[in-house]
Design a protein around this ligand. Structure first.
Ligand code: SAH
Length: 432
């Protein structure tokens, strides 16, 4: 049975009552690794702490656990209902059409979890093969966790597939979907080939490391993680006594908050996405919980159903911070257009989730399955559940939002240029 614990817990995930066996075991090795590092070279930034705890290649939380799903720690939107991934699939096809139906289409997903979103997207592609059949489609997954990569391969390719030939190959696993589309796995976005791509990142940016800064009488100071001198095996937060590289470069001019979190790694990924979209064409769809530059302290840990102290038994709990969409927009620069954030509720409504629900209900007689469809719709859409905590944000080619120019020599009346094509999800679909 599922417990939904959202009133006290911001991280809007559906927590499951069963916990993974891993969760019970203490993880002395991660704590020891961190304390010896800090003793040797001094306090580390929160970003370094978060990166080590989540993605250390040996003991990282994401690397060791398969935390998603019924036997894991939490469930996310694509795990709650197939409708989520299907509507993302429609969005991808709509943007591919908006770009003039290029011959090659790379679907790139960052942090695909159990692979459910990608599987639902591919099903839409199969159903709409009369529309997309002309394009050669390939799937590219960016994933650091070998445990999750294996689950993704099972979900998307069955067990077929092959490992990389050597450490040099940036593709560490490859296979083919049941429809014969090539799928490749990478550790970093850098390694994904160039070319027209639609990027999807669902609950990916919130897992990337953040820096934390506190305003003081002497200016901005970075929050660091240190060993508690009183208690041997415990960590604590301290303020850096003088400016750090991060505190002198990452605070925006005119910042008004007293405490700020900056996800520089997220910014770097956004810049890469922007460059790829400018150079090769395409679009990016980012879904996550977050705010538009207003929140302060959102760094938190989750273990089982509970909020978990971010500094205790590191590696045993998920760490997360709200995504600052205003920061993503600023780092994207002027080379791409940014849309959103819009709430998950509005995005899915605009994408036609109500009609999709009706179709699924109509083709389903089993009362318990019908009930399940209705309650998963409520989970995704209810403003008190996921509907207004999660947001969609998009990067597009500038030309995508430009008004189509009048044909040469044709004089149109002022203001009579045709409006740009609407972008699905971000504007209400008009049926005329
Ligand atoms: N998108 C999925 C999973 C979200 S959990 C869903 O919504 O269900 C975050 C995902 O990002 C996991 O697959 C995790 O292993 C991956 N991940 C976390 N940090 C990463 C990083 N730095 N690089 C690549 N993948 C990362």
């Amino acid at each position: 049975s599922h417990t939904f614990s959202c009133h006290c817990i911001f991280k809007l995930r559906l927590f499951c009552s069963s916990s993974s066996p891993d969760e019970q075991k203490p993880r002395p090795s991660m704590l020891r690794h961190l304390t010896s590092k800090i003793k040797a070279t001094g306090p580390i930034t929160v970003a370094e702490y978060m990166r080590e705890v989540l993605t250390n290649p040996v003991t990282g939380y994401y690397v060791k656990n398969s935390m998603l799903g019924a036997d894991g720690d939490f469930i996310t939107s694509p795990e709650i209902s197939q409708m989520f991934g299907e509507l993302v699939g429609i969005w991808i096809i709509s943007e591919w059409m908006g770009a003039g139906r290029p011959k090659q289409l790379q679907l790139v997903e960052l942090g695909p979890g159990k692979g459910s979103l990608a599987a639902d997207v591919l099903r839409v592609f199969r159903q709409l093969s009369s529309v997309v059949g002309g394009a050669s489609v390939s799937l590219h997954l960016v994933e650091v966790s070998p445990v999750l990569a294996r689950l993704q391969a099972d979900a998307l390719t069955g067990s077929s597939g092959e490992e990389a030939d050597g450490d040099e190959d940036p593709v560490y696993h490859r296979g083919r979907t049941r429809d014969g589309l090539p799928v490749s796995w990478y550790r970093r976005l850098d390694d994904v080939p160039a070319g027209f791509s639609v990027f999807v990142a669902q609950e990916f940016f919130d897992a990337l490391p953040i820096h934390k800064f506190q305003r003081t009488d002497r200016g901005w100071r970075e929050v660091m993680v240190d060993v508690d001198p009183e208690k041997e095996e415990q960590l604590r937060f301290v303020l850096a006594p003088s400016p750090t590289l991060a505190s002198s470069t990452l605070i925006q001019a005119g910042e008004r908050r007293n405490h700020v979190e900056v996800c520089a790694e997220g910014g770097a990924i956004i810049q890469q996405l922007a460059r790829r979209i400018t150079d090769g064409g395409g679009a990016a769809l980012i879904a996550d919980y977050g705010h538009d530059g207003t929140k302060t302290d959102t760094f938190r840990g989750f273990k089982g159903h509970q909020l978990h102290d971010v500094l205790s038994s590191p590696g045993s709990a998920d760490l997360t911070a709200d995504v600052d969409f205003s920061y993503l927009r600023k780092t994207a620069g002027g080379g791409v257009a940014c849309l959103g954030p819009v709430s998950q509720r509005n995005f899915l409504k605009n994408m036609g989730i109500d009609a999709r629900l009706q179709v699924l209900l109509r083709s389903c007689a089993d009362p318990s399955v019908r009930q399940q469809l209705i309650s998963s719709y409520d989970m995704l859409m209810n403003p008190k559940k996921m509907g207004e905590r999660f947001h969609f944000f998009s990067l597009l080619q500038l030309s995508r939002l430009a008004r189509p120019t009048a044909p040469n020599g044709l004089k149109l009346e002022k203001n009579k240029n045709p409006a740009p094509l609407p972008v699905a999800g971000f504007t209400e679909l008009q049926y005329s």
